[in-house]
Design a protein around this ligand. Sequence first.
Ligand SMILES: NC(=O)c1ccc[n+]([C@@H]2O[C@H](COP(=O)([O-])OP(=O)(O)OC[C@H]3O[C@@H](n4cnc5c(N)ncnc54)[C@H](O)[C@@H]3O)[C@@H](O)[C@H]2O)c1
Ligand SMILES: [Zn+2]
Ligand SMILES: [Zn+2]
Length: 348
Amino acid sequence: MKALVYHGPGQKAWEEVPDARLQEPTDVVVRVDTTTICGTDLHILGGDVAAVTDGRILGHEAVGTVTEVGDAVRGFSVGDRVLVPAVTKCGRCEYCQRGMPSHCQTVGGIGWIFGHLIDGTQAELVRVPYADTSLYLVPDAVTDDQAIFLADSLPTGYEVGVLAGGVRPGHTVAVVGAGAVGLSAILTMGLWGASRVIAIDSNKFRLEKAIEFGATDAVEAGPNAVADVLSRTDGLGVDVAIEAVGYPETLLTAAALVRPGGTIANIGVHGRPVELPMQDLWIQNVTLTMGLVDTVSIPTLLTMVASGRIPAEKLGTHHFTFDQMDQAYDTFAHAADHLALKTVITPA
Ligand SMILES: NC(=O)c1ccc[n+]([C@@H]2O[C@H](COP(=O)([O-])OP(=O)(O)OC[C@H]3O[C@@H](n4cnc5c(N)ncnc54)[C@H](O)[C@@H]3O)[C@@H](O)[C@H]2O)c1
Ligand SMILES: [Zn+2]
Ligand SMILES: [Zn+2]
């Protein structure tokens, strides 16, 4: 089979490798029909994720068709159309049982293993461990171009942003960063009845998308952004400030926007320490949340996509085939130049 293989920082190749095959009775093998690229894949290629070593097949998002089934698998059969989510779960360890498969102990201490600790989904075939408890059947009403964004972006924006932030009817919410994840928070926020949703980004195209996806206000990032948001919220700020970038300055922006009693929901992956103004925050009764996505909201989100309430397909702006993997990466890495959100990559 062919797959996108990581060969150290800055090095990757779409090349011939041995076929993915069953290794454990709880495995299935899936033929990948659609995959995509995550910001995390760019971090890996930048050399930021030391656990990813030379020879690893990249990718942690896929929709595909089951081609082989291990002896212990009960819930899936050859031919099933399935969603392969970013997080794998054994279903039995303490973290899985308390609903936090992001820290599944059985698969390596962290639920994100594809394209990280084991071979991933940017390939013609992928081995899926603990298939019964990890895979989701895709309903007929949901297309591959929709389901692919349920593997990571949508559950992340929803769980780590909207749910962790405690968005409730009537709330005013700011979303700092309107990439696929911030936009996913915006796409799912209406489910909780937020009355005002203010998107903040430096990229004008993404601010336009934010309005199209349900934001009520768009604010350009910069020195006046905080004052601008305060002036739109009676000087008080927002009930929930979602951070979806991952830089110290954007977390500080979120902290400057939250009103007393509000919540800062950090989604961004941070690579360095951030100094928060605790002298101001403590007396404001502010809550700060953060975390790795569990993807446990996938069944809910699948239902909402199937009923037309979440237009997930809108996150995909560019289509490529497997043999155009380099172009797909280039477009995603220079998203602003290409007016891109996520890429959709299919065999042909
Ligand atoms: N917690 C989790 O489980 C989890 C899962 C997936 C992704 N993430 C993280 O979520 C973050 C967002 O992911 P993404 O895929 O949407 O990334 P992205 O790069 O597509 O989007 C980031 C957005 O932030 C904007 N931005 C950059 N600097 C800014 C600034 N100073 N002010 C305002 N906006 C600014 C960019 O223009 C871009 O639109 C990343 O840090 C990613 O690693 C976290
Ligand atoms: Zn990801
Ligand atoms: Zn587990």
